[in-house]
Design a protein around this ligand. Structure first.
Ligand SMILES: [Zn+2]
Length: 77
Protein backbone atom coordinates (compact mmCIF):
# COMPACT_ATOMS: atom_id res chain seq x y z
CA UNK A 1 0.00 0.00 0.00
CA UNK A 2 1.23 3.48 -0.84
CA UNK A 3 0.74 6.63 1.23
CA UNK A 4 -1.77 7.90 -1.33
CA UNK A 5 -3.82 4.74 -0.97
CA UNK A 6 -3.57 4.90 2.79
CA UNK A 7 -4.73 8.51 2.94
CA UNK A 8 -7.62 7.77 0.59
CA UNK A 9 -8.88 5.22 3.15
CA UNK A 10 -8.07 7.25 6.23
CA UNK A 11 -11.52 8.72 6.80
CA UNK A 12 -13.12 5.30 6.58
CA UNK A 13 -10.54 3.87 8.96
CA UNK A 14 -11.22 6.59 11.54
CA UNK A 15 -14.97 6.05 11.14
CA UNK A 16 -14.55 2.26 11.44
CA UNK A 17 -16.02 1.72 8.00
CA UNK A 18 -13.26 -0.50 6.62
CA UNK A 19 -13.37 -4.25 6.16
CA UNK A 20 -11.18 -6.48 8.30
CA UNK A 21 -8.86 -7.24 5.39
CA UNK A 22 -8.43 -3.59 4.52
CA UNK A 23 -7.81 -2.70 8.15
CA UNK A 24 -4.97 -5.23 8.30
CA UNK A 25 -3.41 -3.62 5.21
CA UNK A 26 -3.81 -0.15 6.69
CA UNK A 27 -2.26 -1.18 9.99
CA UNK A 28 0.57 -2.85 8.13
CA UNK A 29 1.27 0.43 6.35
CA UNK A 30 1.21 2.31 9.67
CA UNK A 31 3.92 0.04 11.04
CA UNK A 32 6.28 1.00 8.23
CA UNK A 33 5.37 4.65 7.66
CA UNK A 34 5.61 7.17 10.45
CA UNK A 35 4.36 9.96 8.17
CA UNK A 36 1.01 8.26 7.90
CA UNK A 37 0.90 7.71 11.67
CA UNK A 38 1.33 11.47 12.06
CA UNK A 39 -1.31 12.15 9.39
CA UNK A 40 -3.73 9.81 11.07
CA UNK A 41 -3.20 11.40 14.50
CA UNK A 42 -3.51 14.91 13.08
CA UNK A 43 -6.65 14.04 11.16
CA UNK A 44 -8.20 12.31 14.15
CA UNK A 45 -7.48 15.32 16.36
CA UNK A 46 -8.89 17.70 13.76
CA UNK A 47 -12.06 15.63 13.49
CA UNK A 48 -12.40 15.59 17.29
CA UNK A 49 -12.03 19.37 17.45
CA UNK A 50 -14.71 19.81 14.81
CA UNK A 51 -17.02 17.38 16.56
CA UNK A 52 -16.56 19.13 19.90
CA UNK A 53 -17.80 22.27 18.15
CA UNK A 54 -20.69 20.29 16.70
CA UNK A 55 -19.42 20.75 13.20
CA UNK A 56 -19.66 17.21 12.00
CA UNK A 57 -18.37 17.71 8.48
CA UNK A 58 -14.69 18.40 8.11
CA UNK A 59 -14.43 21.17 5.51
CA UNK A 60 -13.08 19.75 2.26
CA UNK A 61 -10.60 22.57 2.00
CA UNK A 62 -9.05 21.67 5.34
CA UNK A 63 -8.99 18.00 4.46
CA UNK A 64 -7.25 18.75 1.17
CA UNK A 65 -4.70 20.90 2.91
CA UNK A 66 -3.90 18.16 5.44
CA UNK A 67 -3.56 15.55 2.72
CA UNK A 68 -1.38 17.71 0.50
CA UNK A 69 0.90 18.65 3.37
CA UNK A 70 1.52 15.05 4.31
CA UNK A 71 1.92 13.81 0.75
CA UNK A 72 4.50 16.49 0.10
CA UNK A 73 6.58 15.06 2.96
CA UNK A 74 5.82 11.52 1.96
CA UNK A 75 7.07 11.41 -1.62
CA UNK A 76 9.85 9.00 -0.82
CA UNK A 77 7.52 6.41 0.73
ZN1 LIG B 1 2.60 6.30 4.37
Amino acid sequence: MTCTEFIAQLDDLLEERVSKTLRVDLEEHLRTCEHCVITMNTTRKTIEIYRSHELYELPNELRDRLQKAILAKCKKC
